[in-house]
Ligand binder design. Structure first.
Ligand code: SF4
Length: 700
């Protein structure tokens, strides 16, 4: 007789920044083992709901395609050989060429505990700031803008604000596909919805007003809005006078953006522009969500600040139903920001300032703390190509697909003397460039925490044993630390040990100066850590149960305690259309796929795609180029080329194309959309411009 036992555990979805809770049931029988998932009804982010990707999670498990043993130069080896080789190569490189000759490149797929030890090893003990993350490609402009205006990388709002809002403005986001459960909450809210996006999408279909602006004109739109608010006397004078600085300068910069000029620049009819402005001006409870359409730009930080300026000018921050709300793409982009996963941050939201360097150094008892920021992603891979970086460890990400000018990244990695890749899957474009491949645990096996878009820390709980010889990322990092002679600072036996230290650092000599403070969690026992329920930071003595909404007291994390308006001069995208490259290419996610499909493609119900990416184009462009539906087409830019199947879509604006981001060379040759993008970046954040790429189209 079969004995059937059911193990139930609660964890989080590993896909997007909504951070939905997942309830997992694992049936363990003598002859069978199965996993089923459903939404966790107790989790505040999703209250029991899952989107199609989340609900297919059980179908993505199993050993097919998994990396099960280390491989050195293409041959399987044991861990001792792999780690011995890696430590020797890192030691020799650091000794000969200094700490800045090595780098780690991390991922929003890692858990906070993995991120914390990687950052501590590189910045505290190896002595280089060269730790960057794929979150650089996702939301680093939002980080830079929040820091400029609010004094900290601190999202002011929470999802519950949707229930209080009367107007939801969604900019540069197809949330219906990219953040589906959050979008469902937007639809259920009793608020009007304005969608600002150059192209029609599943999201804009449901909007009360869709503004199909000219690609890249967002800063002009919000500068025009600030000017409209000033001219129409819609400013919250008391808030501006008592809690902010720089209003006059920002208003003066926006004064050039009258409605006629703004409408022309944004490609809108004057009446639709004014309809949006009137709605914003007259609706006190307004929340503005924004995502990669704003961030992935050479002026992404200014675009963020143009939005934040409008919220500050109307005092719409720190109150229910109000605020500028950046939504992150990855499940733990926020957790990475907390521990210093970005090259220009140190740890626990501390910067490369003398007092912060000293503080972190004393807390870690660091033997060799980095004293200056490291290289941001685009510069980091340039340094790999020109030989300045001679050893790189890439964890849980695929930069040979996701970086702009992706061919350059592949080229750089092939030239690099040591490329280590730790991942849970065997075959990725980046893994193909590796000297050493290390098998890491994946979702279902990993144990730790993640932080979602609303600052909510949730547990990700392992419910399956690691397959083959896979190890947790934090264990591999501690092993390297030990072999490099720093073992005494990396004695963790469980992720709870790491989390406690991370929480203690957040409160170390933090007299309310820094937003990120989870010091109330520094004393968690292992059992309490196991049972940790989702909580929003800060979690400290003043707010032991967490904090739903920031700035309710009108005090900001700037030196003066006052919010800062930032004067914005709207700029055009760096990649401009020309005679040779006359079309705009936009890119983004599909509803049912995730990143480079290494997991989602395992599910039959999600894998409803063609061998090649589908390139959307409008009927006029199809006629001009004599291209029919389903035809093989090629896109060329100044950087590279890409092939795909044409899909003629009447909703696609003339002169604009759209392609998905998920394809890679390991799926089909010349299918990477990122190969077309110039590696040009925002001067404040270092985030690349992916959304406006000038291309040439032809039938093949
Ligand atoms: Fe997962 Fe995001 Fe879907 Fe929630 S909305 S189930 S976090 S992919």
């Amino acid at each position: 007789t079969e004995r059937l036992r059911a193990h139930r555990s609660c964890t989080t979805c590993p896909y997007c920044g909504v951070g939905c809770g997942v309830s997992v049931t694992r049936q363990v029988a003598t002859s069978d083992a199965g996993v089923s998932v459903e939404g966790d009804r107790q989790h505040p982010a999703n209250r029991g709901r899952l989107c199609v990707k989340g609900s297919a999670l059980a179908e993505t498990l199993g050993e097919r395609g998994r990396l099960l043993r280390p491989r050195l130069h293409g041959r399987e080896c044991d861990w001792e050989t792999a780690m011995g080789y890696m430590a020797e190569q890192f030691s020799r490189t650091i000794e000969r060429h200094g700490p800045d000759s090595v780098a780690f490149y991390l991922s929003g797929q890692l858990l906070t505990e993995d991120y914390y030890v990687a950052n501590k090893l590189m910045k505290g003990f190896i002595g280089s700031g060269n730790v960057d993350t794929n979150s650089r490609l996702c939301m680093s402009s939002a980080v830079a803008a929040y820091k400029r205006s609010l004094g900290a990388d601190a999202v002011p709002c929470c999802y519950e604000d949707l229930e209080h809002a009367d107007l939801v403005v969604l900019v540069g986001s197809n949330a219906a596909w990219t953040h589906p459960i959050l979008f469902q909450r937007m639809q259920q809210a009793q608020a009007k919805l304005v969608v600002i996006d150059p192209r029609a999408s599943a999201t804009s279909e449901t909007a009360d007003l869709h503004l199909a602006i000219t690609p890249g004109s967002d800063a002009a739109l919000f500068s025009g809005l600030l000017n409209y608010l000033v001219q129409g006397h819609h400013i919250d004078r008391q808030f501006v006078a008592e809690h902010s600085d720089g209003f006059q300068q920002a208003a003066a910069a926006a004064a050039a953006w009258g409605p006629d000029r703004t409408a022309r620049t944004c490609g809108l009819a004057l009446d639709e522009l004014l309809a949006f402005y009137q709605l914003f001006a007259s609706t006190k409870k307004t929340i503005t969500f924004y995502s990669q359409g704003i961030n992935q730009s050479t002026s992404g930080t200014d675009k963020n600040n143009a939005i934040i300026n409008c919220h500050l000018a109307t005092g719409r921050i720190g109150r229910p139903g109000c605020g500028p709300f950046s939504i992150t793409g990855q499940p733990n982009a926020m957790g990475g920001r907390e521990v210093g996963g970005l090259a220009n941050m140190l740890a626990a939201h501390m910067d490369y300032r003398a007092d912060h360097i000293d503080r972190v150094s004393r807390f870690w008892q660091a033997s060799n703390i980095a004293r200056r920021p490291g290289l941001k992603a685009v510069d980091l891979f340039r340094a790999v190509e020109c030989g300045e970086i001679k050893a790189i460890w890439i964890m849980a990400t695929n930069p040979a697909v996701s970086m702009p000018d992706a061919a350059q990244v592949s080229r750089a990695l092939r030239k690099c003397p040591l490329v280590v890749v730790s991942d849970c899957v065997t075959d990725t474009d980046t893994a193909r460039c590796a000297d050493l491949l290390l098998p890491a645990t994946g979702w279902g096996e990993k144990d730790g925490t993640v932080t979602n878009s609303e600052r909510r820390i949730s547990r990700q709980r392992g419910f399956l044993p690691p397959p083959g010889e896979a190890r947790h990322d934090w264990q591999i990092i501690c092993d390297l630390a030990n072999r490099l002679g720093h073992g005494e600072a990396f004695t963790y036996r469980h992720p709870a040990d790491i989390f406690r230290e991370h929480a203690a650092l957040s409160g170390f000599e933090n007299g309310g100066e820094r937003a990120f403070d989870i010091s109330a969690l520094a004393g968690l026992t292992r059992r309490q850590y196991e049972q940790l329920t989702p909580v929003q930071w800060p979690v400290n003595a003043a707010n032991p149960g967490g904090t739903a909404r920031l700035f309710t007291d009108r005090r900001f994390f700037t030196g003066s305690g006052r919010a800062q308006f930032i004067p914005v001069e709207p700029r055009l995208p760096r990649q401009q259309r020309s005679q040779g490259f006359p079309l705009w290419l936009n890119s983004g996610r599909l509803r049912d796929q995730w990143h480079t499909m290494t997991r989602t493609a395992r599910s039959r119900r999600l894998l409803d795609h063609s061998e090649l990416p589908e390139i959307q184009l409008g009927p006029a462009d199809a006629a001009d180029h004599a291209i029919g539906d389903g035809q093989l087409v090629e896109l060329r830019s100044a950087r590279g080329r890409m092939r795909g199947r044409a899909v003629v879509n009447p909703a696609q604006p003339a002169g604009q194309l759209f392609a998905p981001i998920h394809w890679s060379e390991s799926l089909a040759a010349d299918s990477r959309v990122s190969a077309l993008a110039e590696p040009v970046t925002d001067p404040h954040s270092g985030q690349p411009e992916f959304k406006q790429v000038a291309v040439h189209l032809r039938a093949v």
